[in-house]
Design a protein around this ligand. Structure first.
Ligand code: ADP
Ligand code: MG
Length: 752
């Protein structure tokens, strides 16, 4: 069984590996993956061996809670209204306002003190009464800040003491609590300690400012994190709330979840279409941009498909509901986007690994820094100074080394990238596909339906046998093709129909995939198939093929009656897409079962570099494998139906979806409405996303790696610099905020 649960209490990247490790310990669990960006966990487990309750219980001692989401998608609109994050954010906001005010008060006091003392003497010295007042106020403010606002961090320390497991909260908690405890001891035992210590120095301000800054960081972070998920909210809002249905001859308005399959719906001008369906009466023009990314409204008539969530423009029409509830295209898109946003990109494995070992290492470094300050400092600068510097170093290291930004680097970018794709009709199945797409250097296209429209029409009929009439050849071939679902078959049948030729019943029909069809018509054995090696040399056939046409040979028994040439038109936007791919340094290949001459002609027209023709359907996957064995990273673009094995074999399978089917099993990426132009957008989106992730990871590492020695005071003996814990707090909050902000920049990035 696979479930996705919300994780409460997840604050940091190191939580990810802690939760994963703990849950994995349960023998019934097969797979577990925590996503820090969405704050969700996906667990695959054997329900005979364990259950959600037990799993939730296992992480409870560490301060986490697993909560079941409100599903399924049938209740999308309910889901939109429940926003349980609200209260949490409110508490955070209240804490933030208090924390910042306290921090402001202590900062004023701190700077006044510095600026009034000689040699600076910029401000008049504080009067004794103010000094005494502050002397009493600071411990009170610090106590409130640490024990109320900073409670989650103290809990982290308590957990560490009980279980020995540390996370980021533990680091902050130990740091701020130490600063407070030292100061409190100095204040309480001032008279006793005076001979040994400079009791004028306390660190209440450090406790206050660090906690306030980290709260600020958390607040900004959760605010922007909420923004990364906006795409999915937008999708949910597309869902109509009500529909007008015809029941018992009258039109009534009902809530959308009461619409059932087969209902006839009335759609008025300007109305949102409620569910997926087929027009049964009327014509209209429909704005589908919100789903397909196609900006031009689409004209629709009877029998055309309409998509739930799109907007009817002028016309009024009746439609039959063909997909409702969680089966609608919109519901499936939402589900897919949610899944993808929660999935992990392979690049994240590194960050996860680092943050899991980071916390214990940092604890050790901080203690080492303190000990070193005492060891080297006492002989050089005396006990009192060595202790206060050592303490600052200890606290500073703990604060700056929080691997918070590291945990946000990948998921936030993935959430924004996947959401941006969905808005443009590019559906991404998982983060792995997005990552792989960014390194693709070869794109293989299936010809029919991908490069060409997949709607061929008959252009020429050449008779090879004088005793047979053209109409007779058409009758034979159309009668047999009537049973085939191949696009060529459809074209031949259409041609016969347009000439008013009656279709006869075929017997013993057999289709040879990628070759042709055979069967008996009016007692004669008829075949329609691609020319064999010998027939290919025929001057008529070679001439037609070199004009880009597909030629099929019609035979009665062994006698060739004639040939039918068909041609398909190249899709709009193909040449433009190929050009964009070339400018992205991507090689293009066309893979087809069609004849080499026609394939070459079409490839040339489209600007495709390489052609692999006359490949049987079952061999297409092998051809992809061959390309991969040359070291190429291959994306295969096809319709996802008869080229599924090739899509699966490719590094990334890209399906061109038509109709309302979006969840194409074999494809990692689905382009809606068969629009090939989205391909280049998808590739540049993947590149932009990966670039963002790499920038994020760089900055996250940089902050931590550069910050630790600075905070530990390694440079103090050389340059006299020791990073105050206050600035460590600024850096720490700044790093997570900058990472999330950088991910948000992806939203407005132009795809070229
Ligand atoms: P593609 O790779 O372009 O989708 P297919 O593998 O479906 O092509 O078919 C390859 C060739 O086999 C066609 O170009 C055609 O010559 C022949 N063929 C396949 N099915 C039929 C059919 N039903 N009638 C006639 N010819 C067919
Ligand atoms: Mg095909």
């Amino acid at each position: 069984m696979k479930v996705t649960l919300i994780v409460k209490g997840i604050h940091c990247a190191s939580c990810v590996s802690l939760i994963e490790k703990t849950i994995k310990k349960d023998s019934g669990v097969r797979n577990v993956s925590v996503n820090f960006g969405t704050e969700k966990v996906r667990i695959e487990f054997d329900e005979k061996l364990t259950d959600i309750k037990r799993l939730s219980g296992s992480v409870k001692p560490f301060g986490y809670e697993l909560i079941q989401e409100k599903k399924p998608i049938d209740h999308i609109h309910n889901k939109m209204e429940v926003n349980n994050d609200k209260t949490e954010l409110d508490i955070l906001k209240k804490n933030l306002i208090l924390g910042l005010s306290f921090a402001f008060i202590s900062a004023v006091f701190m700077f006044w003190d510095i600026l009034s003392l000689p040699p600076v003497s910029l401000l008049p010295e504080m009067s004794e009464i103010v000094k005494t007042f502050m002397h009493h106020l600071m411990p009170i403010l610090a106590t409130y800040t640490l024990f109320i606002i900073g409670l989650p961090y103290l809990k982290g320390v308590w957990r560490f003491i009980r279980t020995g497991v540390a996370n980021m909260d533990t680091l902050i908690g130990i740091g701020t609590f130490t600063a407070f405890l030292y100061s409190f001891i100095v204040t309480a035992f001032e008279n006793v300690l005076k001979p040994y210590l400079n009791t004028g120095i306390t660190y209440y301000d450090v406790t206050i400012v660090v906690i306030a800054l980290i709260t600020l960081g958390k607040y900004l972070e959760s605010n922007s994190k909420a923004k990364t998920g906006e795409a999915i909210k937008k999708l949910m809002h597309l869902q109509a709330k009500t529909a007008i249905v015809l029941r018992g001859g009258i039109e009534i308005e009902i809530p959308i979840d009461q619409v059932v399959l087969g209902d006839i719906l009335r759609v008025k001008p300007g109305m949102k279409i409620a569910v997926d369906g087929e027009i049964t009466d009327g014509v209209s023009s429909i704005d589908e941009s919100m789903i397909t990314g196609e900006s031009v409204p689409v004209d629709k008539k009877v029998n055309d498909l309409v998509i739930g969530g799109t907007i009817n423009k002028q016309g009024s029409f009746l439609m039959k509901a063909t997909q409702v509830g969680s089966d609608t295209m919109l519901a499936k898109i939402i589900e897919m986007v949610e899944e993808a946003q929660g999935s992990k990109a392979p690049i994240q494995a590194l960050a996860d690994k680092i943050s899991s070992v980071f916390v214990p290492i940092v604890l050790v470094i901080s203690v080492v820094a303190l000990v070193a300050w005492l060891g080297f400092g006492i002989p050089a600068i005396g006990f009192s100074s060595a202790l206060s510097y050592g303490l600052l170093a200890f606290v500073g290291v703990l604060v700056i080394a929080c691997p918070c930004a590291l945990g946000l680097a990948t998921p936030t970018a993935i959430i924004v990238g996947v959401g941006k794709g969905a808005e443009r009709g590019i559906l991404i199945k998982d983060a792995e596909s997005l990552q792989k797409l960014s390194s693709v250097n070869t794109v293989v296209f299936d010809k029919t339906g991908t490069i060409t429209k997949g709607q061929p029409s008959v252009t020429d009929i050449v008779m090879f046998n004088e005793n047979t009439k053209t109409s007779e050849l058409l009758k034979f071939s159309a009668s047999i093709e009537f049973l085939s679902e191949h696009p060529l078959a459809q074209a031949i049948v259409d041609k016969a129909k347009s000439e008013n030729i009656t279709i006869e019943k075929a017997e013993g029909f057999k289709a040879l995939e990628g070759v042709g069809v055979i069967g008996n018509i009016l007692g004669e054995s008829i075949s329609v198939s691609k020319p064999d090696a010998q027939e290919k040399n025929n001057e008529h056939i070679s001439k037609l093929e070199s004009e880009g046409k597909t030629v099929v040979v019609v035979k009665k028994g062994d006698v060739v009656l004639g040939v039918i040439a068909l041609s398909d038109t190249i899709k709009e936007g193909v040449a433009e897409t190929i050009k964009r791919l070339n400018s992205q340094n991507i090689k293009t290949v066309m893979l087809t079962g069609d004849n080499a001459r026609a394939a070459n002609y079409i490839a040339k027209e489209a600007g495709i570099d390489e052609v692999i023709a006359e490949v049987l359907p079952q061999d297409k996957a092998n051809k992809i494998k061959e390309l991969q064995s040359q070291g190429r990273k291959v994306a295969m673009v096809g319709d996802g139906v008869n080229d599924a094995p090739a899509l699966v074999q490719a590094d990334v399978g890209i399906a061109m979806a038509t109709g309302t089917d979006v969840a194409i099993e074999s494809a990692g990426i689905t382009l809606l409405q068969g629009d090939i132009r989205k391909l280049a957008d998808a590739i540049s989106l993947s590149k932009a996303t990966m670039r963002t992730i790499k920038q994020n990871l760089f900055w996250a590492f940089f902050y931590n790696v550069a910050g630790i020695p600075l905070a530990a005071g390694v440079f103090y003996p050389i340059w006299g610099i020791l990073l105050s814990p206050v600035f460590a707090g600024v850096a720490m909050a700044g790093s997570s905020v900058s990472v999330v902000t950088n991910s948000l920049r992806l939203k407005t990035k132009r795809l070229k």
